[in-house]
Write a protein that binds this ligand. Sequence first.
Ligand SMILES: [Zn+2]
Length: 556
Amino acid sequence: MQEMVKTFKYVDYLWDDKKAASFGDNQVDLFLYRSNILGADLRITNYGGGNTSCRTIEKDPLTNEDVEVMWIKGSGGDIGTLNRSGIAGIYVDRLRDLKNVYGGLEDEDRMVGLFNHCIYDLNSKAPSIDTPLHGLLPFAHIDHLHPDALIAVAAAKDSEKVTKEIWGDTMGWVPWQRPGFDLGLQIEKCLEDNPGIRGIVLGSHGLFTWGDTSYECYINSLEVIEMASEFIDKKIKEKGSIFGGQKIESLPQAERHEKAAQIMPLLRGLCSSENRMIGHFSDTDVVMEYINSHDLERLAPMGTSCPDHFLRTKIQPLVLTLDKNEDLSDTGAVLKKLEPAFEAYRQEYADYYNTCKRDNSPAMRDANPVIIIYPGVGMFSFAKNKQTTRVANEFYINAINVMRGAEAITEYTSLPRQEAFDIEYWLLEEAKLQRMPKEQPLSRKVALITGAGGGIGKAIADKLAAEGANVVLTDINEESLVTANATYKRDVSTYTVCDVTNTDSIANAYKKACLEFGGVDIVVHSAGLAISKPLLETTDKDWAILQNILVKGNLI
Ligand SMILES: [Zn+2]
């Protein structure tokens, strides 16, 4: 057995005794507190990934008897912001009784409906598909997390052996099974077969850990993730290089951004063949190491492993074959090169759908790529709004971390295509999509507004943003832009200083809009000013300023 880790290098230890003490013995508050500090560190779990739970003894309102209730994160949401309204309270005994009516893998969708019969707290959020994974374990506090380091172990070839190598006999392991009642039964059996373990690695998926108290559960989760991260780091050092080493050198950052801004409107146009999309660009070191590597060609088509990842990113990215120094100024010529690549991608997606579809599968969704890789330049994502496209981009970075870790350990393995398809086109996932709120009239659109630092320009930007548009605020005055920009929520706006009388300055503003959102759909020229002086006192200079901004500014 390995020694316990006491200090943490790869995860943030955020437990505050004083804060925890303020919750007294309220186990639900302590579990929510733990969830929030776990979710605050993206190395511990990806956005929206995983769930947490605790147990309490409550009075049954019908019988007045003591009953065991499990409080668990409900469907949707993120543990980082989980609160009382985001959880479900479930009778543990009733959930366990479902074992008597479970009819095997074909019965999974019906079981989700039956979870509602186990609800104790009438204010519960809808129980998630992971409810039986927690419910069939006997622990007071449980974490189910998706740390990149653990998914790397879970997606590595010989994952079970690797699990033993890292944690000895203290950790269980179950093979890949999509979440549902069957996986719950497998987890229960794993614990029965290996009493005394501290957690379970779920093949190609993630981690289960637990504790008698919220704090013990927290420390257990942190230690397990720390040990996996340390192991991966050691393996990477031993190997010397990762992803087969560098094949292409990155362009300098300024040139990368120049190229990205040039190509993004073209990519956006192609990605929007069915629905208009909003873009996001990233070129961090983690991204560049992967997209410039020798192994990109082998790894990218394999697809991402964790369902959380490919539900957001599609199973595989489109890798462009353009040279990093390609002249992108002739858009016609560039489009001629890009179009066949997009055609091939859409065809491949349709083939995947047709090969894997089942009798009751929902209709094929948009076949365009979500993630597009341009070696030497960076990684683009396109989705229905800025938040979704940014998160898709971040999820592919999670996937890169997973591939990096798994390749260092042994070799990366991905899910079989049919398994991936069954999750992507799962009827319950489809139902989730159908429940999405209706889009606003200007969502999927990007508006560039001049003179948006205040006054009419800002009011117009407010109106456009309220209708769902992404707004690019421009003004001559940076200070007012910063203030104006701060009035919007994340993923709505960006700003850039722009002098509307200067062609270069306008070109820069356009570039900023392309890099941030993928292009511009609406331009509102509201920069203007008035010089109020009696006619005789108005100088030539005053007149020239007015002409420049009000007339010339409109023309260029
Ligand atoms: Zn999971």
